[in-house]
Design a protein around this ligand. Sequence first.
Ligand code: NG6
Ligand code: CA
Length: 505
Amino acid sequence: MSRLLLCVCLCVVVDAAIGAERRPNVVVIMADDLGYGDLSCYGARTFETPEIDKLASGGTRFVSGYCSAATCTPTRFSFLTGLHAFRRPRTGILPPNGVSPITPEDETLPKVLKRAGYKTAVVGKWHLGLGQPGEGPDWNAGITRGPIDFGFDHAFIMPTTNDRVPSVYVEGRSVVDLDPADPLYTQGPNVDMSQPSGKTHRETLRMDWSHGHNQTINNGISRIGWASGGEAAMWRDEDVADRFAAEACGFISRNATEPFFLFFASQDIHVPRMPHERFQGTTPHGFRGDAIMQLDYTVGVIRECLEDAGVADETMIVFCSDNGPVLDDGYKDGAVEKLGDHKPAGPYRGGKYSPYEGGTRTPFITYWPGTIPAGEVSDLVVSTIDLPRSLPALAGVTVADSSFPDSENRLAALLNEPGAEGREFVVEEGIRGCLGLRIGDWKYVQYQDKRALSPTAKTFSKKAGHRFELYNLADDPGEQNDLIDAHPERAEAMRTRLEAIVAGR
Ligand code: NG6
Ligand code: CA
């Protein structure tokens, strides 16, 4: 064999080996509080969301796509651990100094992908706790028990939410731009609780609060919780979306030659909605609509970064939301007054906090040019809780049977492959122990609004003022016509099934 021929042969073999090893990147874009009806590709008519619509027209749009809970922390917890949040304490909405419900021993989606050679990153809203149990986050000494301990190589996050202190970014274990001469405190004796607050200086605020949110003021907006110091590190709400997009693009371009997993957790459209000036006034719906414009723009930036890095055809994007929509979530931003004919939850009942469909049935799009069929609509049931098993399958990684117990490998459904099957059932976790269970067209709801109640307490009863409801979504997608008395046996069967799921049977 001539030298040249040998080289050609070897090169082809090496090339093929590299080709076979090249595993797709994954970008999960999770919006915050975005409802089923909040995008033009899901029926919004009073504004356009061209960038997210591009994902839908170039990929597959799911009409039965769910997040696992109707608030942020539990959905994110389940997305990373494949475990229903109701199985774990501290998975309710975390306060500013809350520590993580995830433990360093837990298996997580980023850990699995990292072991398989992926570079892993989270950029955006975290809201899954920081710091040691009993202590909380120490902003000045290096932050423990955060994303870096749960499988992320890189983290550029907002610690909780934009309406909770502190209004800073954390990169890795450190607060970005923190001046050591001006340490940051959110608990303990160094916190000055006599500082001007949303209560004492209400007339100075740029956006008034309607409930809660009347403590520390940053950027003219009062928030949940007290913070002192760290002045140089404080962000301006208007700049957060652009900063997160830039950080995401930086991660993509730095890692274009190896497989990566990016969890992009947008803070849009959570309150306080204060989009960048260039988006203000771009919709008829006030800042809630304008924040949707900002989210849409950000999604476009990330898609373009993937294209610029030359990896668009090797990257699967999953676009989803962490819970359904809410109008007044604590600030007077005109969302109620300027709603007009817009329907944030589309045809569905309820929204954020609720076990009805509007609480968890949310936009869900998968996009992978050349691999996922373009412009298709799927009615298979898919959920964010299935990503911990489905995404490793995409990377060719086996997940231990004992890991991610509530997660199912639904990769074929996410890729919209012929003959794929969706989930047989989906649990919809509302607040205060409210649960919904959908099986096929039937929806069972255990609802109580008076007292906090653990779903494992098994003390749901009519006597205690709890409600049990049953709907047929095929005839009644808006859950208006309670069939519990007409179909007591079906309701009982679904109640028993839900009890078994909650008990982990
Ligand atoms: C609630 C807040 C709400 C929002 C929510 C968390 C009040 C009165 N309400 O307690 O504004 O922050 O928590 O939202 O403070 S989530 O999307 O992060 O779950
Ligand atoms: Ca949320």
